[in-house]
Design a protein around this ligand. Structure first.
Ligand SMILES: [Zn+2]
Length: 310
């Protein structure tokens, strides 16, 4: 996102990419640490893959939607938004060291600026997904429907172009500020919309240690879930190695999500479910952002830290 980060990232890319390509070849697909001596038995690795039905989209993530992926206790799915950006290479290095596989929800215009990082993430086995073209400050919800759809499509095209092939049909709304119409349009075309089950609040000013403690305490409380980070945030890149070590130490397993041809394993929320993100959106964006009451069952969203949000 920040132009200043681009040249440095580009300069560092070449040797890192070569090493990474080699590493990815040694440690392909379901990357069980036990089966991958290159990663060592102590690496976090990936315990299993979950396939997201590309023929039938849905919307998951309990902070926004009343359903989520059917994870076992102590299973986590790690997701990173807003890249590629300055800290992305450091995030990729940390993930490679642990043979971890995650999903990147990429901003289209960032993919245009730093296409090599998109390619590197894919070459290292991560899932590449979409997060709009411009990440508009006003959010997609407050844009006209045609303008919001155009931004989404432009983002999809930009990420696909950087990648050289179609990215996964996964989409996350910037600031979780969706609308029922946009969600319906995406899911009808086979896109699954991802909210999150917990987040690291890495858009807030804090130290890497504070972020580590915060996200671990939230995870321990929930026991599992889809976790949201931002690879655009330097503090996340700094705390990630220790976070991955702690996951391993505390008995968590990493689940990698990929597009597939079988029904997406989902589980409904408890009957007393309420959206975490909707009150935050209402507070951040004001009354205009309020969804009609009947829409709350379908989706809505999260905190939009003004400029660099989720
Ligand atoms: Zn975002």
């Amino acid at each position: 996102m920040k132009k200043a980060g681009a040249p440095a990232a580009a300069r560092e890319l070449k040797p890192a990419f070569l090493l990474a390509s080699l590493f990815a070849g040694l440690c392909a697909a379901p990357c069980h640490a036990a089966e991958q001596p290159a990663c060592g038995p102590d690496a976090l690795g990936v315990s299993r893959e979950i396939y997201i039905d590309r023929a039938k989209g849905t919307a998951v993530g309990l902070q926004t939607y009343p359903r989520t992926l059917d994870l076992h206790d102590h299973e986590v799915v790690l997701t990173f938004d807003d890249g590629p950006a300055g800290p992305t290479a450091q995030v990729l290095d940390a993930l490679a060291k642990e043979c971890a596989r995650v999903t990147f929800f990429i901003i289209g215009r960032n993919a245009e600026s730093l296409p090599a990082l998109v390619k590197r993430a894919a070459a290292e086995g991560h899932t590449i997904a979409h997060h709009s073209y411009s990440h508009p400050d006003k959010t997609l919800r407050l844009m006209s429907e045609p303008a919001a759809k155009a931004d989404i499509e432009k983002g999809i095209a930009a990420v696909d172009k950087a990648l050289g092939v179609k990215a996964a049909p996964f989409f996350r709304f910037p600031g979780f500020a969706d609308t029922p119409e946009l969600v319906a349009d995406l899911t009808s075309r086979g896109y699954t919309v991802f909210g999150s089950d917990l987040w690291a609040s890495d858009w807030s000013k804090m130290t890497p240690k504070a972020e580590l403690d915060l996200v671990l305490s939230r995870l321990e409380k929930k026991g599992k879930g889809i976790v949201l980070f931002h690879d655009s945030q330097a503090i996340t890149a700094q705390m990630l190695p220790e976070f991955l070590r702690e996951l391993k130490k505390r008995g968590y397993s990493l689940v990698h999500i990929k597009p597939g041809d079988t029904p997406t394993p989902i589980v409904d929320a408890a009957p007393d479910w309420t959206s975490t993100t909707e009150p935050i959106i209402a507070k951040t964006l004001g009354p205009k952002a309020k969804l009609a009451p009947e829409a709350h069952d379908h989706g809505a969203q999260e905190p939009a830290p003004k400029t660099s949000e989720p």
